[in-house]
Design a binder for this molecule. Sequence first.
Ligand code: AMP
Length: 473
Amino acid sequence: MRRRLFLFPIEAYTHGRFALLTQKGVPMCGIFGVFGARKAAELTVIGLHGIQHRAIDYAGISTTDGKNLYSHRGEGLARQVFADQKTLDRLHGQHALGHIRYPTTEDDPTRENIQPIEGSLGGTPFVLAHNGNLTNTGELHRKLDHCPMKTSMDSEYIVRLIENEYSGNLEKDLKQVFRMLKGSYTLGILFPDCLIAVVDPTSNRPLCLGELDDSYFICSETSGFGGLDVRFVRDINPGEMYVLSTQGGLPWQFGDPEGMEKKCRFEGNYYALPTSKTFGEPVDEYRNRLGQALEVHCPTEGADIVTPVPDSATWIARGYARSGRSGVERQVIVRSHYVGRTFIAATQAKRDSILSQKFHFAPHAIEGKKIVVVDDSIVRGTTAPKIVAKLRHYGAKEVHLRIGSPPILHPCLYGINTPKIEELISAQKSKSKILEESGADSLEFLPLDVQKKLSPNPQSFCFACMDGQYWHT
Ligand code: AMP
């Protein structure tokens, strides 16, 4: 069956029927799964640690010994939640599925919003882990209004639909369920005898397949394979569910990706680890190209040094400095890895306070210099003024902001945690106002047309946060 992709203006979402959302989305997550390996739970902790940059707030792992399921979930980093050997010892079996999650301020604190989510299919237990965000939750809510929900995550709809559609033919039943879903869903589903990796036809969020000896692995990013020396095999294709069982791997195509692909461009610009290969593209090389293009279109004559706002912008700054025309690379800002997340903090006062402790500066390299500061994006506009003020405090002669993404003008509906439109500074204020408030000498963003040209086959990418072209499958 071929489904069509529709493009919507933002009003359809902010004022129309999609404002009906009931269960909330699951922004910014990571999935790791193991099939057929001793100490599967321990391997999953290592795998989740390799993608920990995707979410640091909650972690969960479920395992199976081919008969029963065992689960443990908690708040914190994967290594913290699974620090206790006794906890790991209780997670029996050679197959495992893990999930890490970054909450939203809309999370319902009275529910356990930690994945994998448990379900039961004709008496057989299963668990599901989701990365992405469904866009037809109003419709799904009406379909499932008789089902009590245990979480406030949209992912639970998928679990309940799988239970509802049960007929005993797994391939047919899952295909039926996926046809009811709209939006972005990359999934791991663990049954006692198989692990299924699913990527929706838009391939909005990545998922890859790896192997080591006779064991199979799935992960949101290739960086999750590094700690285990797992060999990257390939990405799960758009519209594919890949079934791993004792018979090996079996690809089932459930959706036609023709004209449907909408790979998230922000995965490359900001989210993924630079050592990963995402959507077939090495992230470090892509960020280098972003930086080079930024310098070509927004040079800074006479600059002494180019410094990134670490960590995501490091490779963009490296690309920016490559020609040598706009300053030489010199990192004068270092990120502290011991402060919490700035971005999700509930109030601006908290975000300000965390940010002021987040960066260390090298005063000796700053005084008297004309400095280019490269960041990957401006979202609320919290970071830039803080950095500029510190550089001025340490005696910078001039500070020029260069941003490796176009202005972020629209909230993401598909799984990146961007705030509401009222909080997106570029949607609310002119570039000259943002420059004035930042205190910098100049400010330039990567132009949107350049951003699009940097993507091979741009129509297969989602730029909705930059151009407002929302899509609906
Ligand atoms: P802001 O300070 O609100 O302008 O956000 C921009 C900074 O936050 C940049 O340094 C980005 O690397 C980072 N950033 C961008 N998007 C996100 C996100 N969705 N979650 C967390 N951090 C982000």
